[in-house]
Design a protein around this ligand. Structure first.
Ligand code: NDP
Length: 315
């Protein structure tokens, strides 16, 4: 491994969603000259979101990618050093901490803020993997356009699934929602929206058996989990919207996490079990998972890091 040793960063922020950029804004304004690595999906999950209507300060709503460009511009206005690159390894047992970027560059830091977010979950079917990008997707806003005027299916009954189904219903001739129970987990308003949209059909008590098609999606074979009856629904697009998992594999064995992989922080703070390492955003939040809450915890992490560095200097 080629090591390109840099000076030690005061604060290294890993991830570029609302948590990461908010941490950067606060850390930069406090004169900490933060270095922020954007990760595999610069801007994070909001870049695959359509309209954000619930972030205070945007009375008319704002589209997700635009919002993240605004976050980045604000962080850079205060001299955040924003860089492309994915953290591929970390050593939190050394101090200063060491983070490897893209498997080749070594960056040292006095404090680390983790804001690596979460990623979409998949069903785990071989056909889902084989046809990924050939009709199988986890992002209606990214890929819905390809299915204009066609029939598609959305798996899941939460707010994400309801939002995806609602978005697709405006583009596609018909949307089949595949829901494994007889109730939607989605909020009342979203549930009502999908249940009253004429071209959305909800298949209750239904699960996916297999996605059919050689080189592109042609149908989905579903089964009723009460009767066992299998049905093939002809579709061209198959959207998976069954929740998310935190992007925290990198920290396994070093940082405390719960059984689902969410980082554990000390109540009322962003502190992890390692002094000087702070966690913010969806990587540590399985309950709220909103842009505004992620931004709030990013702010907490920057303030905690600032305090940590000040105490370290005085010691
Ligand atoms: P959720 O965990 O809320 O919902 C996941 C859905 O997928 C559930 O209906 C679940 O079924 C179903 N599911 C899970 N695993 C499988 C599986 N293997 N096979 C079939 N179905 C499965 O995730 P979301 O991503 O929808 O939402 C996450 C959070 O983000 C929530 O708090 C939500 O409110 C919020 N959110 C808010 C939005 C907004 O306000 N505009 C938009 C999107 C999300 P079951 O119910 O049976 O467990």
């Amino acid at each position: 491994m080629e090591s390109n040793m840099e000076d030690v960063a005061n604060v290294l922020i890993i991830g570029s969603g609302p948590a990461g950029y908010t941490a950067a804004i606060y850390a930069a304004r406090a004169g900490m000259k933060p270095v922020l690595y954007q990760g595999a999906q610069p801007g994070g999950q909001l870049t695959i979101t359509n309209e954000v209507e619930n972030y205070p300060g945007y009375p008319e709503g704002v589209n997700g990618p635009q919002m993240m460009m605004d976050f980045q511009a604000q962080a850079e206005r205060f001299e955040t050093d924003t860089r492309y690159g994915v953290a591929t390894a970390v050593d939190l047992n050394k101090y200063p901490f060491e983070v490897t970027i893209d498997e080749e560059e070594l960056v040292k830091a006095k404090a680390i803020i983790i804001s690596t977010g979460a990623s979409a979950k998949w069903l785990g079917l071989p056909s889902e993997q084989r046809l990924n990008g050939k009709g199988v997707s986890a992002c209606a806003v990214c890929d819905g356009f390809f299915f204009k005027g066609q029939e598609v299916a959305v798996v899941g009954g939460g707010d994400t699934a309801a939002e995806e189904a609602s978005y697709l219903s405006k583009l596609c001739s018909k949307v089949h929602m595949i829901v494994r129970r007889d109730v939607l987990r989605a909020s009342k308003i979203m549930a009502k929206r999908v249940m009253t949209t004429p071209n959305i059909e909800i298949h209750w008590h239904t699960e996916t058996d297999e996605i059919l098609g050689e080189n592109e999606v042609e149908a989905v074979r579903v089964f009723n989990n009460q009767t066992g009856v299998k049905t093939d629904i002809p579709i061209q697009g198959f959207f998976v919207a069954i929740g998310h998992q935190p992007n925290t594999d990198l920290f396994k064995g070093m940082l405390d996490m719960d059984e689902s992989g969410y980082l554990i922080t000390q109540p009322g703070s962003s502190k992890t079990n390692i002094e000087g390492v702070f966690a913010s955003g969806d990587a540590q939040d399985k309950i709220y998972r909103q842009a505004i809450t992620a931004a709030g915890t990013g702010c907490m992490a920057a303030l905690d890091a600032e305090r940590f560095l000040a105490e370290k200097e005085m010691a």
